[in-house]
Design a protein around this ligand. Structure first.
Ligand code: FAD
Length: 525
């Protein structure tokens, strides 16, 4: 058994922020299922929203967030996060993150604009902000003597007093599969943080990396946490459409800098859908693209920035330019083929402003959580900000609590399971689940489709749980069990919402109700 003061599950921006804030005073284990830098945070392109310019204001950023969230954002959470935005960016600058500079601007940095924002307030490192942030923080993590980094370790389930047959419900760490040694370890800790990211892989097409399998949401749910607003799945309107590339995002900033969406014949279509045209929030743009693709029977639409000077495009979007060029698309001369794909999980484990969940000693920070910031639709570039502000608040709270005495914890018991006989069960169910979610729980929903999805999910769930009870765990099995659990929570939440709001659009209930309510599910209810 490994013992730490704090166990952090996930090494994206949320996990890294917590680790660095805690490590001066606590022994920290940072467990991550691939390598340190693999996760959505590293793939973030556009940047981080923050109130940095004197011409901008906290009130304006809050207002933009509330408008995008379609009446469902928690105002207290939104204010808390936006008010701490400058402090979060100052911390990154102090650590040495190389944000793109602009000597002509009074902040000294180039601030870009994205859909739904009323000001230029997105600080960025060219078009690879996430990589610049996580590689800078990652170096500090690797060098820190109080942080034990366990790469290639996947958390299976949380250890709670309830599961140990003791009173109350407090978390004492997790069982974790060391993938290289193929051995389950007990990682015990007084405080545990789920920083395991979102669940984009529940769907067939997503901009998310392979790590985004809803593990933290499913683990938290099994441990006794409530989830909220799981029906709000954000589709990014512009994912590159090309047979030889997987999940490559064309950042919002391309539209922010003047990119125009066109049909194959060159017709611009966004002004007919929304007065804000290409700068409308993501759900509006994604639905418009979905509508045009279905109406004209298209495989994709086109995003055109080629009318801008080539030097401007190469300077602002060097990675997108290079990646497209490798595929034979010169974006300085021709439009980019794009389709919508699942991008962000707005809902998650219910937490307060310090990342506290319903289970004592258990926190959830980042995309795994539902703090109320994103409401029914996330405003672009608010999520990295949330990782840092709530991460810091959770660390502060943990630093102000007494160290916890750990109980005796039994080792992982695999005496009654054997090696899997038919691995095809995993790959088949994985594909079936993701396709069912894509076909029946997509951008436009109906009761009938949701019920179809739920029926399939129930069957898949039974089969996967039976497999899990009988065979040794593996990375794919752990992820599939979590995917199916997360899918069920999304569909159940979608069925409960009898209106269309933000990212949830139902043909059976096309109108928005006067009162905005969270959809909250409780385990065991
Ligand atoms: C392509 C792309 C572009 C984006 N661009 C932006 C942007 O410009 N601005 C913005 O604000 N947001 C952006 N987002 C969203 C943002 O990147 C994410 O919401 C944010 O990075 C989530 O951070 P996180 O720390 O919660 O999770 P992640 O960064 O996804 O990290 C999760 C970590 O948990 C680990 N993990 C998961 N399950 C387990 C387990 N069972 N055991 C152990 N480890 C586990 C993963 O390996 C990973 O290390 C983008 C997202 C994508 C996919």
């Amino acid at each position: 058994m490994l013992k730490f003061d704090v166990l952090i599950i996930g090494s994206g921006l949320a996990g890294m922020t917590l680790a660095l804030h805690l490590a001066e005073h606590r022994k920290v284990a940072l467990v991550t299922k691939r390598d340190l830098l693999e996760g959505s945070s590293t793939y973030a392109q556009g940047g981080i929203a923050a109130v940095l310019d004197t011409g901008d204001s906290v009130e304006a950023h809050i207002q933009d967030t509330l408008v995008a969230g379609a009446g469902l954002c928690n105002e207290e959470t939104t204010r808390f996060i936006v008010e701490h935005s400058k402090e979060a960016i100052d911390w990154l600058i102090e650590l040495g993150v190389p944000f793109t500079k602009d000597e002509t601007h009074k902040t000294g940095y180039h601030l870009t604009r994205e859909g739904g924002h009323s000001h230029r307030r997105i600080i960025h490192a060219a078009d690879a902000t996430g990589a610049a942030v996580t590689s800078t923080l990652g170096q500090k993590i690797k060098a820190h003597p109080n942080i034990t980094l366990l790469e290639d370790h996947i958390a299976i389930d949380l250890i709670t007093s309830k599961k140990l047959g003791q009173p109350g419900n407090r978390c004492f760490g997790a069982y974790v599969l060391d993938k290289q040694a193929d051995e389950v370890r007990t990682v015990a800790a007084g405080h545990t943080i789920l920083a395991s990211g979102g669940a984009g892989k529940v769907y067939l097409y997503t901009t998310n990396p392979d790590t985004a399998t809803g593990d933290g949401i499913a683990m938290g749910w099994r441990a006794g946490c409530r989830v909220s607003n799981m029906e709000f799945i954000q589709f990014h309107p512009t994912c590159l459409y090309h047979p030889h590339t997987k999940s490559f995002l064309i950042t919002e900033a391309v539209r922010g800098e003047g990119g125009i969406l066109r049909l194959p014949d060159g017709t611009r279509f966004m002004p007919a859908h929304d007065a804000r045209a290409e700068l409308a929030p993501r759900d509006v743009v994604a639905r418009a693209i979905d509508f045009e693709m279905k109406r004209h029977g298209l495989d994709c639409v086109y995003l055109d920035i080629s009318y801008k000077p080539a030097s401007f495009i190469q300077e602002h979007f060097p990675n997108i330019y290079a990646h497209c060029l490798e595929l034979g698309i010169d974006i300085t001369k021709e439009p980019i083929p794009v389709v919508p794909a699942v991008h962000f999980t707005c809902g998650g484990l219910v937490t307060d402003l310090s990342g506290h969940t319903d289970v004592d000693g258990l926190y959830a920070v980042g995309e795994v959580a539902c703090t109320g910031l994103h409401g029914a639709n996330r405003l672009a570039s608010n999520s990295l900000l949330e990782c840092m502000v709530i991460g810091r608040a959770a660390a502060n709270e943990i630093l102000h609590t007494q160290p916890v005495e750990l109980p005796a914890i039994p080792s992982w018991d695999d005496s009654r399971v054997t090696d899997p006989d038919e691995e095809v069960v995993i790959s088949h169910n994985w594909d079936e689940l993701r396709r069912a979610m894509w076909d029946y729980v997509g951008i436009v929903r109906t009761n009938k489709r949701l019920e179809r999805a739920l029926n399939r999910i129930k069957l898949l769930s039974e089969e996967i749980n039976e497999y899990y009870s009988n065979f040794h765990v593996s990375n794919d099995l752990i992820e599939l069990r979590n995917l199916v659990q997360t899918a069920e929570l999304i569909v159940r939440s979608a069925l409960l919402r009898k209106e269309s709001r933000g990212l949830h659009y139902s043909r059976d209930y096309p109108d928005m109700l006067a009162e905005a309510r969270d959809t909250t599910l409780s385990p065991g209810a």
